[in-house]
Design a protein around this ligand. Structure first.
Ligand SMILES: [Zn+2]
Length: 419
């Protein structure tokens, strides 16, 4: 058990401030207590939180751990002219070059980056077509070692031919036999009807949802209309995907009114990634008509959910009617998604402890002003995941950071050589 002494707790839902000691139960989905529980265990670790703020740790609703070694990589030989070419010349080259060691390094450096930025749970969408079978276990084991919660999915697609499509279905089925996870789909435009039906069957068999890109670029819709005579959400709806409980559709930038209605009447969540959308110049999200089920992710751009939320705010206000509470709710909606669908590892005993030395008063009434205009991931001093202190004074308590980073540089060099 952890004992947090003299801190100020900020309730992540009501934003209420409470100056109190906190006892944190260890274990998956454990509790926190504001008065000492009876039968205190003997081994209690105390953290002095005087002057520090304690609140629920963050969670990332859409990540691509597989892209972690891309930072600073050489430019592609042919310069992409549109989004589809960016996929073809950059990301589909990179994912195909990944092997076991590279995948493991990608997961460890992402775990490190997430912990340092206050994030204790990652929902990931993975692709490594030349090393598919067993790839999700490599990531899950690395995140377990790093103390982070996770909900993984392998990207099922037909773009690499039928043999690889079958492998991606097999990897999904194998993984879901032993672990919580989702059925990953790349996007409508690279998944044919047969593969889609197989994927749906897996989701039904394991009572889980799909995790798929949706209308990130207009191309996804144009392709769907020309090939199937309908828009992408309609295609998913007609197949029965929207009847699943735990779906995450990602981006949803180019949606018409009917698609918004279809999503709104399902339990599907949308995960939005403004940094990535700005970078890819694919358009800007607008949440009209789908207000309650919107979450935020990073789409492999980085692992910093403070940054993701702030970009969501500053970009979003130029495109739809927003206030800070709406954007904060989107940041926190991931906790509701995980709880509603009974996924484990994102409990109240996941906490970030902020060393936030503000020049102006901070309280329940103006917390969001501080959150969007003052706070950053640099203020994260400690991170508690599943009741365990995994980041202490900005250093990872479970991983050897130097070793992880030295190894990832080696793996990045190997990867870049293959591109
Ligand atoms: Zn993505």
């Amino acid at each position: 058990m952890l004992y947090l002494k003299n801190g100020t707790y900020i309730n992540w839902q009501t934003l209420e401030f409470t100056k109190s000691d906190i006892w944190v139960e260890e274990g998956i989905d454990g509790e926190i207590f504001f008065t000492a529980p009876t039968n205190l265990p003997k081994n209690i670790q105390t953290i002095d939180c005087e002057g520090l703020y304690i609140t629920r740790a963050l969670a990332n609703a859409h990540h691509h751990i597989y892209s972690a070694l891309s930072r600073g990589m050489p430019q592609p030989a042919i310069s992409p002219q549109n989004f589809h070419e960016t996929l073809q010349y950059v990301w589909w080259q990179l994912d195909y070059a990944l092997d076991e060691q590279m995948i493991r390094s990608s997961a460890l450096v992402t775990a490190l980056a997430a912990a340092k930025t206050g994030c204790s749970f990652i929902i990931d969408h993975h692709s490594s077509p030349a090393y598919t079978l067993g790839s999700l276990d490599i990531i899950a084991n690395a995140l377990d070692e790093a103390g982070l919660g996770h909900l993984l999915a392998y990207e099922i697609t037909d773009r690499n031919g039928p043999k690889k499509a079958i492998e991606s279905l097999e990897e999904t089925r194998n993984y879901l036999k032993n672990r919580q996870g989702l059925v990953g789909l790349h996007a409508s435009f690279t998944v044919g009807d047969e593969t889609l039906k197989e994927a749906l069957k897996i989701a039904q068999d394991f009572n889980t949802g799909v995790h798929a890109h949706l209308a990130e670029d207009l191309f996804d819709q144009e392709h769907c209309i020309s090939k199937y005579g309908k828009r992408a959400v309609q295609r998913y709806a007609d197949m029965g995907f929207l009847d699943l409980n735990a779906n995450i559709l990602v981006h949803g930038i180019h949606l018409d009114e009917l698609e918004r209605k279809l999503l709104n009447s399902s339990k599907t969540y949308l995960a939005v990634n403004y940094d990535s959308n700005l970078n890819n110049r694919v358009g800007i999200f607008n949440g009209n008509g789908i207000e309650q089920n919107i979450m935020l992710g990073t789409d492999g751009m980085h692992s910093d959910m403070f940054k993701s939320a702030q970009t969501a705010w500053f970009t979003g206000i130029n495109h739809e009617s927003l206030n800070p509470q709406i954007v904060y709710n989107r940041l926190r909606a991931v906790h509701n998604y995980l709880k509603q669908n009974n996924f484990k590892g994102d409990g109240e005993n996941n906490l970030m402890i902020l060393d936030y030395d503000t020049p102006t008063p901070i309280n329940e009434g103006n917390f969001l002003g501080h959150f969007f205009y003052g706070m950053s991931s640099g203020h994260v001093r400690h991170l508690i995941s599943q009741g365990k202190l995994i980041l202490k004074d900005r250093e990872h308590a479970l991983l050897n950071e130097e070793e992880v980073l030295a190894k990832s540089k080696e793996q990045a060099k190997r990867l870049w050589k293959k591109l």
